[in-house]
Design a protein around this ligand. Structure first.
Ligand SMILES: [Zn+2]
Length: 292
């Protein structure tokens, strides 16, 4: 696997650095404009209100313009309300409908992956929640056409009764979902740090990626959410900070870029700041750490 991801010159493929982009005005009209302003080499978008269950149709012209940007990897982030571990039958049904919609819309915009949070057991036993994951997510994976996006599981910061925060907890997910070829991982640095992976310690980022690969195998890490953290390691708090301005700092990102399992994997920032400037700066910082 490591050898197939290395180019003939011996250099590792470059990780595109991009951002979650606002899409007011249209996925392509708004999203691509913002991407250009901040120097993004990859984008992540919402295809519905992330805090609602509505499943809007897209606009064919906007979809096509995004799909045609072969130079710009596109990812979709599913709604925040999605929780396959929920004891509520209503939430479970709506979660399946919402992710099915995100996968369909993702295919329409040429997305490489749809990011889904691994969820929480809320008030029910872990085993029951994981049974639901298998029952409701496996059919979604099997529905994805060959040219459709991957489904990328994103471990969380570890608050409450989260089903997966530390990377080792991805193991039961991959087992429940039969190591489906369309299944991948989105590794969020802020969440991992909050969950107790000490990325800030020298060698900490590399050790965490080693543990991830040990758990789910090679080739499964398909996206990085690059976020610094306002809170300490192990805090279980999910508060993103601009790159280098938080408790993780710059160096662990440089270490991540150099890990063989990360070669070619896009980095997407979800950092604070509404105006383009803080995001432009975060992308510039990451490119410097990547290329330096
Ligand atoms: Zn994230």
């Amino acid at each position: 696997m490591a050898s197939s991801s290395v180019t003939s010159s011996g250099a590792s493929p470059v990780c595109p650095v991009g951002a979650h982009v606002p899409v007011a005005g249209g996925l392509a009209t708004g999203g691509l404009k913002y991407a250009a302003q901040i120097g993004a080499e990859a984008v992540q978008v919402f295809v519905s209100n992330p805090r609602g269950w509505a499943l809007p149709e897209g606009r064919a012209d906007e979809d096509a313009r995004l799909r045609e940007r072969a130079d710009l990897p596109v990812y979709v982030h599913a709604a925040y309300l999605v929780n396959f571990g929920s004891p509520s039958a209503d939430t479970l049904a709506k979660s399946a409908a919402s992710v099915r919609h995100a996968l369909r819309r993702g295919r329409a915009v040429g997305a490489r992956g749809v990011v889904v949070h691994t969820g929480s057991a809320v008030s029910q036993p872990y085993e029951d929640a994981m049974r639901q994951v298998r029952e409701h997510v496996l059919p979604l994976l099997e529905e994805i056409p060959d040219d459709g996006p991957d489904l990328l599981l994103e471990p969380m910061a570890g608050q409450g009764r989260m089903l997966c925060a530390q990377v080792q907890q991805l193991g039961p997910f991959f087992e429940a979902l039969e190591h489906h070829p369309k299944l991948g991982v989105c590794f969020d640095t802020c969440h991992a740090f909050a969950a107790g992976h000490d990325l800030a310690a020298p060698g900490g980022a590399a050790a965490t990626i080693d543990a991830l690969v040990d758990t789910v195998g090679e080739g499964r890490l398909r996206l990085v959410h690059a976020n610094d953290s306002k809170d300490a390691c192990g805090s279980a708090k999910d508060r993103h900070e601009n790159i280098g301005a938080g408790r993780i700092g710059e160096a662990p990102f440089a270490e991540l870029f150099r890990h063989p399992a990360v070669a070619g994997v896009p980095f997407i920032i979800e950092t604070p700041g509404r105006a383009p400037e803080p995001h432009r700066k975060d992308i510039e910082t990451l490119k410097r750490l990547r290329d330096g």
